[in-house]
Design a protein around this ligand. Structure first.
Ligand SMILES: Cc1cc2nc3c(=O)[nH]c(=O)nc-3n(C[C@H](O)[C@H](O)[C@H](O)COP(=O)(O)OP(=O)(O)OC[C@H]3O[C@@H](n4cnc5c(N)ncnc54)[C@H](O)[C@@H]3O)c2cc1C
Length: 328
């Protein structure tokens, strides 16, 4: 028998994480399911280095730090956060929902959709049949630095995250190379300058045209853009940092009503969708006056969670202030 959750939150962006914290405050048995290996949604995946100035209480916070704090806050109240797991189907049972992911199945009384623009997935290398090397020799995220200790590591990508990874591994790996298809990096000036001052071996403008499994690592074919020049170099590990794609395809099959103009989940002012015990918040919803901002998502979470608790447990004591939980 699978465990029954009160609330399953689909999506671990700012909306899902803060709603998770609030659900924990209401002592709801809660899980958050997030397709990426990291929590934080767009904030962590698309602009980790950007400063955010319009979140209440911060006169400026780095996006990556905000994502980390949100995750920490949700974990503080015991919310289970399942990373690298994508919700692929939701089936209505008599009094609950059966949630299927690409890894597991769960039962839950209520569902809170905090899916933003859809499930994020890393943009992969355009080379076929490499799946068997993933998480062993080819990585789409950095699990922990130990994996790369004393290794010859190639990083592919031209943005801030790729540069950050290269600089972070400089003191750990035996050698670090960075390949990018343009001569110019997209990273912030300060980051690019650090890169040029570092020992990272910069290979531009090159493209990875093939990767082959080899003893103790991989052989990577690097093609110089605009020429016929092709060289094969051996590395122990390859980290690909080409950004993310997001897809709403799966969600479209869940029969949750979409608002006509924007094709986002239609909700009422209590965050109900058209389906009983399915609610939605954050960038993935639409209502008159909706703003796609972190601050708005933070407000919608508590409204939805309180409504879920009222619907599931009518008569149960209402919202408390956080001070009554933590001030002991
Ligand atoms: C470049 C840029 C700059 C921005 N700057 C600001 C700013 O300065 N201030 C501000 O307030 N806002 C800013 N925003 C907007 C802000 O990032 C969004 O409003 C916010 O991220 C919305 O949060 P969310 O949790 O609703 O959605 P998201 O952040 O999109 O998170 C949704 C999460 O759900 C996951 N997910 C979706 N479907 C599934 C599934 N089926 N299974 C598992 N997981 C799933 C996704 O992988 C994703 O991680 C900016 C946006 C961009 C793109």
């Amino acid at each position: 028998m699978t465990e029954m959750y009160d609330i399953t939150i689909v999506g671990g962006g700012p909306a899902g994480l803060f709603a998770g914290f609030y659900a924990g405050m209401r002592t709801a048995k809660t899980q958050i399911i997030e397709s990426l290996p990291q929590a934080g949604g767009q904030v962590a995946a698309l602009y980790p280095e950007k400063m955010i100035y319009d979140v209440g209480g911060y006169a400026g916070v780095k996006a990556a730090d905000l994502a980390k704090e949100l995750e920490k806050q949700a974990r503080l109240v015991g919310v289970e956060i399942r990373l690298s797991e994508t919700v692929i189907d939701i089936q209505a049972e008599e009094n609950f929902y059966h949630v299927k992911t690409d890894r597991n199945e769960y039962d839950t009384k209520a569902i809170l959709l905090a899916t933003g623009n859809g499930a994020f997935n890393p943009r992969k290398l355009a080379v076929k049949n490499l799946e068997h090397l993933e998480d062993e020799k080819i990585f789409y995220h950095v699990p922990d630095l130990e994996h790369f200790m004393d290794q010859d590591v190639l990083i592919a990508g031209g943005g801030d995250s790729a540069i950050d990874i290269a600089l972070m591994l400089e003191s750990v790996a035996k050698s670090v190379s960075l390949v990018h298809r343009r001569d110019q990096f997209r990273g912030m000036e300060r980051n690019v300058q650090h890169l040029h001052e570092s020992t990272v071996n910069i290979m531009t403008p090159y493209l990875i045209s093939n990767v082959q499994d080899a003893d103790e690592g991989i052989d990577v074919d690097l093609k110089q853009i605009g020429t016929e020049d092709l060289k094969t170099t051996h590395f122990d590990k390859l980290i690909v940092n080409y950004g993310f794609t997001s897809s709403n395809k799966i969600i479209k099959g869940w029969e949750v009503e979409l608002e006509q103009e924007h094709r986002m989940f239609a909700v009422d002012n209590l965050m109900h969708t058209n389906l009983k015990n399915i609610y939605a918040i954050g960038d993935g919803i639409e209502y008159p006056g909706k703003l796609r901002l972190i601050a708005t998502a933070f407000g919608e979470g508590p409204i939805a969670v309180n409504q879920i608790m009222n619907d599931l447990y009518p008569g149960q004591r209402g919202p408390v202030h956080s001070t009554s939980m933590f001030e002991k």
